[in-house]
Design a binder for this molecule. Sequence first.
Ligand SMILES: Nc1ncnc2c1ncn2[C@@H]1O[C@H](COP(=O)(O)OP(=O)(O)OP(=O)(O)O)[C@@H](O)[C@H]1O
Ligand SMILES: [Mg+2]
Length: 254
Amino acid sequence: MASSSSSAGSSYDIPWVEKYRPSKVADIVGNEDAISRLQVIATQGNLPNLILSGPPGTGKTTSILALAHELLGPSYKDAVLELNASDERGIDVVRNKIKMFAQMKLTLPPGRHKIVILDEADSMTSGAQQALRRTMEIYSQTTRFALACNTSSKVIEPIQSRCALVRFSRLSDQEILGRLMVVVEAEKVPYVPEGLEAIIFTADGDMRQALNNLQATYSGFRFVNQENVFKVRTSRFCSNKWCLYNEQQYVSVI
Ligand SMILES: Nc1ncnc2c1ncn2[C@@H]1O[C@H](COP(=O)(O)OP(=O)(O)OP(=O)(O)O)[C@@H](O)[C@H]1O
Ligand SMILES: [Mg+2]
């Protein structure tokens, strides 16, 4: 965990999703099979090219970042190229930026490689993915790729076949509750159990959403009960059907 120190009243501005983002693979909640595979890589090295796929807010980006830090330690800053969806990742970036990074000479301990992190890889154009496929092959001795996406089928097959696929699923209510308890205790958040249940119900297995709802309810009302959680939910702009559906479900259970 990035930090678990008690700090009620001193750090409202830091999003709790960042403050409580686990920094070690072992601290990531749920998805035991996926996490134990990543832990083996973290201790043994020799990272294969990876695709982490699964629903939002389940720990994919967190896992890749933690794994890269564990593998590379202080070399992280030189040996990792992070490209997320807000960065330009068209064909030119693959041909230039990624290729230049892959060509760069860097001495790392045995079994360690430079790492290119491509977050939200399913939003890359197929042209860029085609270009990536060659780069992955040519530089495989020195550079490994870790891709995160919601749907692995949007990654072109030649890349899928060069990667080990690690699947993530929605987190269970119990797993989310455990994490919420860590945060409410660290932040000294007043709550009733029904308030946390409401957060868990609306999050639907998405830890990011659960932590954001907890923080929004706390900063809006200073008390987490069903009613306040519901007020935060309805005051939020909801544009997709999934969210509206959950809202109706939620209204119907309280
Ligand atoms: N399994 C988990 N264990 C602990 N915290 C988690 C977990 N999953 C998500 N979180 C929390 O939610 C935040 C967002 O998680 P993360 O960025 O890893 O999600 P993601 O799976 O990459 O989602 P997306 O598909 O939207 O990119 C993290 O910073 C962390 O605080
Ligand atoms: Mg992510």
